[in-house]
Design a protein around this ligand. Structure first.
Ligand code: IPM
Ligand code: MG
Length: 369
């Protein structure tokens, strides 16, 4: 057996703890099968950390993340903490983690599952076979630019956010997008608003320059408003989408509808030294604690962890195949249930158990569904 791999789990708020629990079960089972030892430590983050320590992210939690091989995060946020000042809101934990761990590239794969084709509000012929990787810049842009303020003026208040990008910031995430495209369909669509914004003009020029190192990759540029439209008109045209922080946030939620539910989308946030994996969905306080949430995004995030951080590509594939097989068997959490096909609605934990069953057929029958 190799040395134990250190994994930090940050379940967070709302449905975060429920979905990460299922994802951790999956991680444990594949590690066991592949002879890898794990050491899993869990820490509160976001609202849970505010309740316990008065702060959304403690130094101890951040240090533990820095000592880990990979971090798995559930979700943060909820009405309970909405009145906190902005640096004490649960979301600031997420933004600080991304910044402190320098997780500049956020990979969000959007793939149609055949058996979920009717769960999408888009027509089957539009979404069939779609396989997109969104590469979102995650530590810059308008989320982090300075100045940012709200101030009093004579005529009321004035608020400022700053969208800022530098050449090195653009170059490194462009590098990730081109590298990603080399093992896919060799096409990168860089999305910006270069007809209006200077930060986008620099983005476009820098991506153009970087592309020279990858002559085998086809690069195209697209304005973000057009991209938002093309994603529902003809998503099959995209392979890798490279874009900035806020555009990536918006386009990835939009793209989730291709898969049928935001509850299906995993993500990997990667830097030079650290990596964090999290479902794209939020904390969904309205269904928290009811065993209703879809754990598949968290489980698919563990697959990405196996692939990008744990050097376990076979395990990643097994998890992804287990998801396909479980959906094929007709298991559906409420968010992906439709009335068109033969299927059974299951809870969060039942969905998790169904995945485990596919992953480890040696387990005793009877303990699962
Ligand atoms: C996401 C989320 C976050 C973001 C929020 C919770 C700060 O929407 O990961 O997409 O805007 O990045
Ligand atoms: Mg978002």
């Amino acid at each position: 057996m190799s040395q134990a791999k250190e994994i930090v789990v940050l379940p967070g708020d709302g449905i975060g703890p429920e979905v990460t629990k299922e994802a951790v079960n999956v991680l444990e089972i594949v590690c066991k099968r592949h002879g890898h030892k794990l050491r899993i430590r869990s820490f509160p983050v976001g609202g849970a950390s505010i309740d316990r320590y008065g702060r959304p992210l403690t130094d101890e939690t951040l240090e533990a993340c820095k000592d880990s091989e990979a971090v798995l995060l559930g979700a943060v946020g909820g009405d309970k903490w909405n009145d906190q000042p902005k640096d004490k809101r649960p979301e600031s934990a997420l933004l600080n983690l991304r910044k402190e761990l320098d997780l500049y590239a956020n990979l969000r794969p959007i793939k149609t599952y055949k058996s979920l084709i009717h769960a999408s509000p888009l027509k089957p012929e539009i979404i069939e076979g779609v396989d997109i990787m969104i590469v979102r810049e995650l530590t810059g842009g308008i989320y982090f630019g300075r100045p940012r303020l709200i101030e009093q003026t004579e005529s009321g208040e004035r608020a400022v956010d700053t969208k800022e990008y530098t050449t090195p910031e653009i170059k490194r995430v462009a590098h990730t997008a081109f590298e990603t495209a080399t093992v896919r369909n060799r096409k990168v669509t860089s999305v910006d608003k270069a007809n209006v914004l200077d930060s986008s003009r620099l983005w476009r020029r820098t991506v153009e320059e970087s592309a020279k190192q990858w002559p085998e990759i086809k690069l195209e540029h697209m304005l973000v408003d057009n991209c938002a439209m093309q994603l529902v008109r003809n998503p099959g045209q995209f392979d890798v989408i490279l874009t900035g922080n806020m555009f990536g946030d918006i386009l990835s939620d939009e793209s989730s509808m291709i898969t049928g539910s935001l509850g299906m989308l995993p993500s990997a946030s990667i830097g030079e030294e650290y990596a964090m994996y999290e479902p794209v969905h939020g904390s969904a306080p309205d269904i928290a604690g009811q065993d209703k949430a879809n754990p598949l995004a968290a489980i698919a995030s563990v697959a990405l962890m196996c692939r990008y951080s744990l050097d376990m590509p076979e395990a990643a594939q097994e998890i992804e195949e287990a998801i396909v097989a479980t959906l094929h068997d007709g298991f559906r959490t409420a968010d992906i249930a439709s009335h068109f096909t033969k299927e059974h609605e299951v809870s969060t934990s039942e969905m998790g158990s169904a995945i485990l069953k596919h992953l480890d057929s040696d387990l005793k029958p009877g303990i699962f569904l």
